[in-house]
Design a protein around this ligand. Structure first.
Ligand code: ADP
Ligand code: MG
Length: 870
């Protein structure tokens, strides 16, 4: 180290404290990176790697980005989950000898980034701290630095619950202790892209007393403490806008675990992981970014308190009925800027005058908006109380700022005339000076008779009088002092002109400085309003989400659900909200759902692609929509309040994780079985698919029996095991339903209509046809099927044949030894045997539950057996 230049030594000292971040080291107009950082950054950012002599034996790898384009590069790094430490020169290079002092002024991390393209307006960016306590509980605290909101809770349940929560928060970064179990971090990272950071200190920093004043539990305080320390450490700036921590209990809302959220595609789709196609996407008719964020929070946590739900339904109903008021509210909301994030930027001191003009514009909508909400024929004090017009602030902003201030706060042109006396004086001086110059120009033209005489200005010479060469002869000798000669003109000055110039320029300078000063003061004054603005933001986002529910409910013909205490699910003409939307009008076939104490479970059978999965999800989504306070896609709906929803998909259908092992399927099923209550809703979609037929069937049956006897949760169970449909004889609360199918001209048509009773016919070949398997193959399969169906059954043969098939199935060697036998003697025998085996295989084929690909494979095997004879 000793041989390095002082600057590199300084670099290494700083870097030692920021091992896990890219260190952006300010050198003049560039941020430079050295050593490993440089090599890695040049790859990630695709910028040129160079090197530099740093005094050591070898040249030091180096790369850099220009100061002005740094934000773009920082974005890229953050989005990839890295951290960036910004190291600035903290003293004036002109005033120091030797190396300029440099310090890290901010550590930008995925969970604390404020301004990036990756940060969607309608999504929160939550930094999340997790604290692991000795009694195996977890403290959770998360904050969105851009909006200042902070939430906290304690998780008493299993680690799954922790992972679920972290997932639904969508934490881009978690903060834990070094002692936190690494396998848990691993578990979280397996399910989502998140950066892990460490912070040991958990007491509450003095200045944040107010934030935790409502928190009594020590566990909560510690979690919030860890979060605050990490924020302090990384941000190194004012965090005044952080709001008092809001404590919530997990069992105050409907629990939907990670798998279910994904399976139901609540906020993102399974395939693309994007919002488009999800329930959130369908619902999002919010006008403001704040409303968009709140909507996501509501979808993530449906309510379970009937009174609170009814309150939302009441508002939605009113807003539907009051069409014009709602339209007016929507129009007003369009003019409301993101107050929450704006408050955050005010706290950080990085708003400009234009932002404050936006704020003024937003605030000036509020009285009108409030009047509209008041006009609604419904009591809604909770919203109105928070709808604080911040009148004084509106007035202040109105009096101080012009309509279109300049973007930079250091160029003047922000403040209104009349706002500040001294400023007015300087402006007068500048204006007077300019008028005086205009008058001078006129006077001199008259006196000299030179019509083209003009007064101009440039930065180097200041004000000058310009006379074209052609006119110089008319100029009285010695009238002006010559300053500059151009190709076809001469420029002059006069004593008087210079005097005025000084006055004007001085005034200009003073104006810019004073406006800057006034602006900073104004910004400080706005800061005081942050808590009030945040409260207002809450009211605005709430009314936005409610109008969103009203709009979507009206547009898509949803109805207001009612709730019953008898655990009844009565849905008439229910629809799947998203599938319905992406279909052409009226294509979607509505279906009823009737479940009560006598019918706790529905066993659903029907061919592939007939609509089983859609039907099941439609019930779950209806329940969720109802409990977030929206209306539901049905003609009529009476529902219980569900405490939890579990959705599980058989591994063969699980395209989500790529880890579609049977183990995962069973783990997920176990979770549902263990935590479901009689107030829960369970959807099991083709569970047991990931293993061999008998295994799977046995497990499926055992699951059904267990839920039926021990849990009593409302359950929809779709299955391809026909055999299970006879369970209704034993299990009194189980009802068979099936999707009806008709054949038209030898082709199968799915009606997507649920009927009582089990499905009675297989349509595997038709499904294969739909899947566009080769015509030849389909025809062949039909012939084989007909032959099979026309053959009389003979028990003994069947048993023998079955044995044969099994031996071939199980052991390829058995086939070989089969061929190895005396050919002549056995030839005939063998032919009939393999034919029988083929037929048996065909007979055994459960076409209904065979995927097209499986069918193809099976057909290939069968053909192989038949070809043996030739
Ligand atoms: P399954 O689970 O029985 O294999 P799906 O529920 O996946 O079938 O449905 C297959 C397709 O059928 C869906 O993608 C959808 O396009 C269509 N579908 C399902 N239900 C309906 C319905 N009620 N009305 C119209 N089309 C439907
Ligand atoms: Mg399905």
């Amino acid at each position: 180290m000793a041989s390095y230049t002082p600057m590199i030594q300084q670099y290494l000292r700083v870097k030692a404290d920021y091992q896990d971040a890219f260190l952006f080291f300010r050198l003049g107009d560039f941020y430079e990176m050295f050593f490993e950082d440089a090599i890695k950054a040049s790859q990630v950012l695709e910028i040129t790697l160079t090197s530099r002599d740093g005094g050591g034996k070898e040249r030091i790898p180096m790369c850099g980005v220009p100061y002005h384009s740094a934000p773009n590069y920082i974005d890229q790094l953050i989005e990839k989950g890295f951290k960036v430490a910004i190291c600035e020169q903290v003293e004036d290079p002109k005033q120091t000898k030797g190396v300029v002092k440099r310090e890290v002024v901010q550590l930008i991390t995925p969970g604390t980034v404020m301004e990036t393209k990756g940060l969607s307006d309608k999504q929160n960016n939550f930094l999340t701290s997790i604290t692991h306590f000795e009694d195996e509980t977890f403290g959770l605290a998360y904050a969105d630095l851009s909006t200042g909101e902070l939430h906290t809770t304690v998780i008493n349940g299993p680690v799954q619950q922790l992972v679920n929560e972290v997932y639904s928060i969508g934490a881009k970064e978690i903060v834990v202790s070094e002692k936190f179990p690494p396998d848990l971090v691993q578990m979280i990272k397996e399910r989502m892209v998140t950066t892990c950071s460490y912070e040991e200190v958990t007491d509450i920093p003095m200045e944040f007393d107010q934030i935790v004043k409502n928190l009594e539990q020590e566990k909560l305080q510690m979690s919030v403490g860890r979060l605050l320390h990490y924020l302090k450490k990384t941000q190194k700036r004012s965090l005044d806008h952080l709001q008092p921590a809001r404590f919530f209990e997990l069992d105050q809302s409907m629990k939907i675990d990670l798998f279910s959220k994904r399976n139901l595609e609540l906020t993102e789709t399974i395939r693309s992981k994007g919002k488009k196609g999800s329930l959130l996407w369908l619902l999002d008719q919010t006008v403001t970014a704040m409303g968009g964020r709140l909507l996501k929070q509501w979808v993530d946590r449906p309510l379970i308190n009937p009174a609170l739900i009814e309150q939302r339904h009441d508002m939605v109903e009113t807003l539907i009925n009051e069409y014009f008021t709602r339209q007016e509210i929507r129009e007003l909301l369009k003019e409301v800027y993101d107050l929450e994030r704006l408050a955050g930027r005010v706290a950080f001191g990085n708003v400009n005058a234009r932002d404050l003009v936006q704020l003024r514009k937003s605030l000036s909508q509020i009285p009108h908006l409030k009047a509209m909400v008041e006009k609604l024929p419904i009591e809604n004090a909770s919203i109105l109380d928070n709808m604080d017009e911040c009148e004084e602030l509106t007035t202040l902003l109105h009096d101080s700022l012009i309509e279109q201030p300049s973007l930079s706060v250091k160029e003047g042109n922000m403040m209104k005339d009349g706002f500040h006396e001294e400023l007015d004086k300087y402006r007068d001086a500048r204006r007077n000076g300019k008028t005086w110059i205009a008058e001078l120009e006129k006077r001199e033209r008259d006196l000299t008779g030179i019509r083209s005489l003009k007064i101009g200005y440039n930065r180097i010479f200041g004000y000058y009088i310009e006379i074209t060469k052609a006119n110089i002869s008319s100029l009285p000798e010695g009238r002006y002092e010559r300053k500059q000669t151009l190709a076809n003109a001469e420029r002059y000055i006069t004593e008087e002109l210079k005097e005025k110039e000084t006055l004007i320029l001085e005034a200009e300078e003073k104006i810019v400085a004073l406006e800057y000063e006034l602006f900073l003061k104004l910004r400080e004054e706005v800061k005081v309003y942050i808590p009030r603005l945040q409260k207002l933001a809450k009211a605005v986002s709430e009314i936005d989400v409610l109008q969103c529910f009203a709009t979507i409910s009206e547009d898509r013909y949803y109805t207001r659900p009612s709730f019953n205490d008898e655990r009844k699910v009565y849905i008439t003409e229910g629809r799947h909200p998203v599938v319905e939307k992406v279909m052409d009008a009226n294509e979607y076939v509505p279906n009823d759902t009737w479940m009560d104490k006598e019918n706790e479970m529905l066993l659903i059978t029907g061919p592939n692609m007939s609509g089983k999965s859609t039907y099941m999800r439609q019930v779950a989504l209806t329940a969720i929509l109802a409990q977030i306070g929206c209306f539901v896609p049905a003609k009529e709906a009476s529902l219980p309040i569900f405490d939890q929803i579990f959705t599980r998909i058989g591994a063969a259908d699980d395209l989500i994780s790529g880890q579609s092992t049977f183990m995962v399927e069973m783990l997920e099923a176990r979770n549902a079985i263990v935590y479901a209550t009689q107030n829960s809703l369970i959807l099991f979609d083709e569970i047991g698919r990931g293993t061999s037929t008998y295994d799977g069937m046995a497990l499926a049956q055992a699951l059904i029996e267990y839920i039926h006897d021990k849990i009593g949760a409302k359950t929809l169970f779709s299955t391809h095991y026909h055999e299970l449909t006879s369970l209704d004889e034993e299990l009194k609360k189980l009802k068979n339903i099936h999707v009806s199918v008709v054949e038209q001209n030898g082709k199968v048509v799915f009606l997507h209509k649920m009927k009582e009773g089990p499905a009675d016919k297989s349509y595997g070949i038709h499904v294969a046809e739909l899947a566009e398997l080769p015509k030849e193959l389909i025809t062949r399969a039909q012939i084989i099927l007909e032959k099979l169906e026309s053959q009389p059954k003979s028990e003994p043969v069947e048993v023998a044949a079955t044995k044969e098939v099994q031996s071939i199935d199980q052991d390829p060697l058995a086939q070989l030894s089969f061929f190895a036998e005396d050919k002549d003697k056995k030839q005939v025998d063998k032919q009939s045997k393999s034919e029988k085996a083929a037929l048996e295989k065909l007979k055994k084929l459960e076409l209904l539950e065979t995927t097209p690909l499986e069918a193809l494979n099976k057909l290939y095997e069968i053909q192989k057996l038949l070809k043996v004879k030739s």
